[in-house]
Design a protein around this ligand. Structure first.
Ligand code: AMP
Length: 401
């Protein structure tokens, strides 16, 4: 049911924004230093600049909004968006006035005073519990300040909140340039990929990825499985996995997926060798073992070199690669080699490469390979739900192209 998430949604470039008040939902949920509350990574702010600059250059009046952290309906000063307004202003080279609240007199006054080419920022949307409740009155108050709703926060489109879905009931709703890019790359990789489509799934748990595995078995030509979730599959196939991660209640499911793959002609690969250790620690001594015969007391913490070579070969022949989840405990340098080998294989290949947000995106950045990837998604949970083929409320609500 990917149809509701397709790339066929109107975007800012399809409508006239000149002189219009545009409510722009950004993802300014930046990481903050715990002690000083200063921004530690402004990547999300810079990612929003193309849409903001486009709107300002086209003569729109921009009312930007976002959530930050989890204030849970309370006005928590440490989660104010004020530091974002300061950074945004510096990056844009123009003033960004900060409203004292999300809705109400001050926000409305600032919105009314906006001239074409100017921008204001509203306070943290989640200071109001009505935002996450998708309360119609709250969405309507927000909508009253504007003529158009532009959605550019891909990281929250899997949630039906006031600022992600509610607004679309009161304003014409279109995608910003960042969201449009996500739809183009994630949507294109899933619904119209250059073949063969090689999907790589890793991470800790099978249970987090049930729907993704099922959907990818319908779309992909090859499915490479690694990370902790591989051992549930290996045990289901009669392998001896020692103390490796395993979800015993998913053994039957794993075998069912292997059967489906076989009946559909999808090549589902599991890692033949494993880097194991006696304890979950970066100080543990790594040993390379057969994934189907892991010694008692040992746990698999990374795919082995033979697996990495096998997977790299599949990647080298791919037309499109989609990757979600690391191949091992890449946070420990000794167990990062498998994940690194795959990131390098993807970077070296000519395939269209799309990386879901979260850990695999972080891994690619740590290895310095991010500029060799076609698209790294800005949304972890949202990209996973997209790959599950779910209808995402913040995308489905946008006007069709
Ligand atoms: P997820 O959030 O499910 O995508 O999983 C990401 C986490 O899985 C990372 O923090 C990895 O350290 C962890 N992980 C990957 N492979 C393994 C493994 N073999 N054993 C334990 N944890 C793993």
């Amino acid at each position: 049911m990917i149809s509701d998430n397709t790339i066929n949604k109107k975007s800012v470039t399809d409508i006239d924004v000149k002189g219009k008040k545009v409510l722009l939902r950004c993802d300014f949920n930046v990481p903050l230093d715990k002690a000083t509350h200063t921004i530690t990574d402004e990547g999300r702010i810079t990612a929003s600049l193309p849409t903001i600059n486009y709107l300002l250059n086209e003569g729109a009046c921009v009312i930007a909004c976002s959530h930050l952290g989890r204030p849970k309906g309370e006005r928590k000063p440490e989660l104010s968006l004020a530091p974002v307004a300061v950074r945004l202003s510096a990056l844009l080279g123009k003033p960004v006035k900060m409203a004292r609240d999300v809705i109400g007199d001050d926000a409305t006054k600032l919105a009314n005073e906006l001239r074409p080419g100017e921008i204001i920022l509203l306070e943290n949307l989640r200071y109001h519990k009505e935002e996450e409740q998708n309360d119609p009155a709250f969405a309507k108050s927000l909508a009253n300040m504007a003529d158009i709703f532009v959605s550019d926060a891909f990281g929250t489109v899997h949630r039906a909140h006031g600022s992600t879905e509610g607004l679309s009931h009161y304003l014409p709703a279109v995608a910003g340039l960042l969201l449009q890019k996500e739809l183009l790359h994630l949507g294109g990789a899933i619904s119209n990929p250059a073949r063969p489509l090689v999907a790589i799934l890793g991470g800790s748990k099978v249970s987090d990825k049930l729907a993704v595995i099922e959907n990818l078995l319908e779309k992909a030509d090859t499915l490479l499985i690694g990370g902790g979730m591989a051992y549930t599959f290996i045990k289901a196939q009669g392998g001896k996995i020692g103390n490796s991660l395993c979800e015993d209640d998913k053994l039957e499911y794993a075998n069912k997926m292997l059967d489906i793959a076989k009946s559909r002609g999808v090549s589902l690969l599991l890692p033949p060798d494993t880097i194991a250790a006696a304890e979950f620690s970066n100080d543990a001594e790594p040993v390379t073992v057969d994934s189907y015969d892991i010694p008692d007391g040992y746990m698999g913490l990374d795919i082995g070199p033979q697996s990495a070579a096998l997977y790299a070969e599949a990647i080298a022949n791919a037309g499109t690669v989609i990757w979600n989840g690391p191949m091992g405990v890449f946070e420990f340098a000794k167990f990062a080699e498998g994940t690194k080998a795959l990131a390098e294989a993807i970077a070296d290949s000519d395939a269209v490469s799309v990386i879901g947000g979260g850990d695999s995106a972080a891994a690619v950045r740590v290895f310095g390979l991010d500029d060799k990837i076609t698209h790294i998604s800005t949304g972890g949970g949202a990209s996973l739900e997209f790959l599950e083929g779910k209808t995402l409320p913040g995308i489905a609500c946008l006007l069709d192209a």
